[in-house]
Ligand binder design. Structure first.
Ligand code: SP5
Ligand code: ZN
Length: 354
């Protein structure tokens, strides 16, 4: 049996070991762990999908998507943290910010980049649950390379390619990381497709959480449409501050963002009916290429979301999304290790068709 969807893989994605997450003031084990990537790779390989190595790319596309200062920060923050003696002298074995330059703090003061790394950390990170360790940058870069390699395949004529990105990316904004995401792999894929000439590009985000980073990166643009279905942030779910239905884009981008929040507990019928609405809107755009932020955390057993979607519905979602056109699939969330591989295989099988 074979699954004709290329899986783009970077061994470096295993090197990010966040070592937990600080949630509401306490460090917990965390669910965004290297085993996720192994489970996904092994399940897809066992299902017969071909694995292809991510190729290294230069910074051109990354610098279009992200503030270069964020790239420089992520590349150097662990070394700076270690040089400051924080692991050895204070037992702080991961980068975690503690002061955040919110508008309420700055109140119009000129922007500063604090020289102390423990002060600077909060300038580029908006939460306490997205930790950085020694191998993080290699993995972050490997994930972005996987996204670009998958985009290259589709730009060269492949109908679909799946990038097994870890860490995930859709919460990373132009200038800040958070939500277990560091660089926005889906935005990188979309920008790579644009650079290869595709226009317009539609991003469909089916992760259980709203992709606030992706939305923000393209919020003012009409050449990249962003649509998402996700658990309602107004019902108490991350990212709390974005993902509401009245966010529709701004300026030339007005009408090119579409959010469809779902009630906690939503199951297959509600999820697929909403996905159909989103797909109809994406199709109306006439996209030349599609990026799917493929989060598998809407799964019934997932510990990070209250949506209750079965493997069969993800299979149906793969089928429906395939009808939109050539697509780059980007792995986002999905944290229930026992069921994760089955959901990925079902989605890609649905894509490939009977
Ligand atoms: C890419 C992605 O799916 N990011 C998810 C970020 C949401 N994380 C919210 C974490 C909230 C704390 N988790 C504790 C789980 C306790 N059951
Ligand atoms: Zn998620």
């Amino acid at each position: 049996m074979s699954l004709p969807v290329p899986v783009v893989w970077s061994e470096d994605c295993l090197r990010h070991e966040p070592g937990g997450e600080v949630w509401l003031g306490l460090r917990e084990p965390g669910t965004e762990i290297p085993a996720r990537a192994r489970v996904l790779r092994d399940a897809l390989t066992a299902a017969g999908a071909p694995v292809t190595a991510a190729r290294e790319h230069d910074d051109t596309v990354l610098r279009r998507v992200h503030d270069p200062a964020l790239l420089d920060h992520l590349a150097s923050v662990w070394a700076d943290w270690e040089a400051a003696g924080l692991p050895r002298d204070f037992g702080r074995d991961r980068v975690v910010p503690y002061v955040f330059p919110t508008p309420g703090l700055l109140a119009g003061l000129p922007p500063r980049t604090p020289p102390a790394v423990h002060g600077r950390a909060g300038l580029y990170c908006y939460d306490t649950m997205t930790l950085v360790g020694p191998g993080s940058w290699a993995a972050i870069r490997g994930a972005a390379d996987a996204a670009q390699t998958a985009a290259d395949l589709v730009s060269s004529g492949a109908p679909v390619a799946y990038a097994l990105c870890r860490p995930p990316g859709h919460h990373a904004t132009r200038g800040a990381y958070g939500g277990s995401c560091y660089l926005n792999n889906a935005a990188v894929a979309a920008e790579a497709l644009r650079a290869a000439g595709a226009a317009p590009v539609a991003i469909v985000d089916i992760d259980a959480h709203h992709g606030n980073g992706t939305q923000m990166i393209f919020y003012g643009r009409a050449d990249v449409w962003y649509g998402s279905l996700h658990v309602d942030p107004g019902a108490g779910w991350f990212p709390h501050y974005a993902g509401y239905g009245d966010e529709r884009g701004t300026g030339p981008g007005e009408g090119f963002t579409r959010n469809r929040p779902l009630s906690p507990g939503t199951g297959d019928d509600g999820w697929l009916a909403t996905l159909d609405l989103l797909c109809a809107e994406a199709r109306a755009l006439g996209p030349e290429a599609v990026v799917v932020s493929l989060g598998l955390d809407a799964a019934a057993a997932d510990p990070e979301s209250p949506l209750r979607v079965t493997e069969a519905a993800y299979r149906a979602a793969g089928q429906r999304l395939a009808a939109l056109g050539p697509a780059v699939l980007i792995q986002e969330g999905g944290y229930d290790l026992p069921s994760l591989g089955g959901y990925a295989v079902a989605t890609l099988e649905g894509w490939a068709g009977p």
